[in-house]
Structures are given as C-alpha cells and as structure tokens.
Design a protein around this ligand. Structure first.
Ligand SMILES: CC(C)(COP(=O)(O)OP(=O)(O)OC[C@H]1O[C@@H](n2cnc3c(N)ncnc32)[C@H](O)[C@@H]1OP(=O)(O)O)[C@@H](O)C(=O)NCCC(=O)NCCS
Length: 159
C-alpha cells in the first residue's frame, strides 16, 4: 500500500521459513516501547511467534518492522483471540492499525475462523476505533474493565 511518503507491506510471519532470530530484536523493542515493564516477556513472544497455530502479521516499510499483531486459537470453536497489537510510536496515527487488522482478518478467514475476540485498550482511542470500525460485525461488547495495561473493552467480532 502506498501513501505520500512510504510504501508499507505486510508479511504473515511463517516460522518454518523465517527465523524468529531475524526479527526478535525489532519485535521486542516495539513491544517494550509500548508497554515498558508490562510487556510480554521475551520468552512468551518467542513462543507465541514460533507457534504455527498462531497467526502473526508484521507491518514493514522498506527497511524496518513498524508494528505487528498476532492471534491464537481461543478456547471457543472457530474463534481466534488477538493477543497483541502494537505500532511503534513514531508510526502511529497514520491508519496503520487498520492495515494490520485487515491482513490478520484475511489470514484468519483462510484458516476457517469465524470470530475474533480481543480486549482493546481504551487508551489511544483504540477501543472506540474498534467499536466504530466493526460496528455491524460486533456480536458482543463488554464494559470497560481494569487490566495491568489499563482499561480495556472486550469485543467479539464476526469475521
Ligand atoms: C493501538 C495502536 C496499535 C493503534 O494504532 P494507531 O497508529 O494509534 O492508530 P491508527 O491511526 O492506525 O488508527 C486510527 C484510525 O484508523 C481507523 N481504522 C481503520 N480500520 C481499523 C481497524 N481495523 N482497527 C482499528 N482502527 C481502524 C480508526 O477508525 C481510526 O480512524 P480515525 O483516525 O479517522 O478516527 C497504537 O496506538 C499502539 O501501538 N498503542 C500501544 C499498544 C497498545 O495499546 N495496543 C493495544 C493493546 S489492546
């Protein structure tokens, strides 16, 4: 996708073809910039990114990874749980979250999922944007609840 300054591309990360070692520094740095001491541990990220049952999407420009999103199979049938979505600070508010989410959804549909679930942060208007963006497809929306990452809103969305 092209915008005025940058060309962005997405990659469905395939741990059988590309090594976690290639990307781990950038992923961990983006995670830590966003969440500080509330970040997922390096070990959790390593396990989650290399789990072939998970769907991991990377957003890149020509040189760097700018953000990522990943989902894992939930305990409910045909449902994927979005575990983490992050865009590096300097690339935020450029509508890149939508690019990541669209690619994730496309891949999840290929894998026959019917629903996604997520706890979306109230911060940065993310929960509000999800509510706006997925309006017609939201089948369940919770009230804001506390978490170690601040207030979040639960969503179940039809793919
Ligand atoms: C949450 C986060 C990824 C959002 O990215 P962002 O760059 O701030 O937001 P974007 O500019 O991409 O998205 C905002 C716009 O895209 C739109 N959009 C389009 N498709 C969208 C989609 N599928 N999902 C969300 N927003 C979408 C929104 O409606 C919004 O439009 P508006 O500006 O006209 O209101 C980013 O703020 C971040 O990394 N935060 C820190 C980590 C974090 O809190 N992650 C969430 C954990 S639940």
């Amino acid at each position: 996708m092209l915008n005025q300054e940058n060309t962005y591309e997405v990659e469905i990360f395939d741990p059988t073809k590309r090594s976690w070692e290639d990307i781990k520094e950038q992923i961990i740095s983006i995670e830590h910039e966003a969440f500080g001491d509330k970040s997922f541990s390096d070990e959790d990220l390593s396990n989650d990114f290399q789990n072939v049952n998970n769907v991991v999407v990377l957003l890149k420009d020509s040189n760097n990874i700018l953000g990522f999103v990943y989902a894992e199979p939930a305990n409910k049938e045909e449902t994927a749980l979005i575990c983490d979505i992050v865009i590096e600070k300097k690339s935020r508010q450029k509508h890149l979250a939508g690019i990541l989410m669209d690619s994730l959804e496309e891949e999840l549909k290929k894998r026959k999922y019917k629903y996604i679930e997520m706890d979306a942060a109230v911060a940065n208007n993310f929960a509000e944007n999800i509510s706006k963006q997925y309006k017609s497809r939201i089948v369940e929306q919770g009230e804001p609840h506390d978490s170690i990452w601040g207030k979040q809103v639960f969503f179940r969305i039809k793919l």
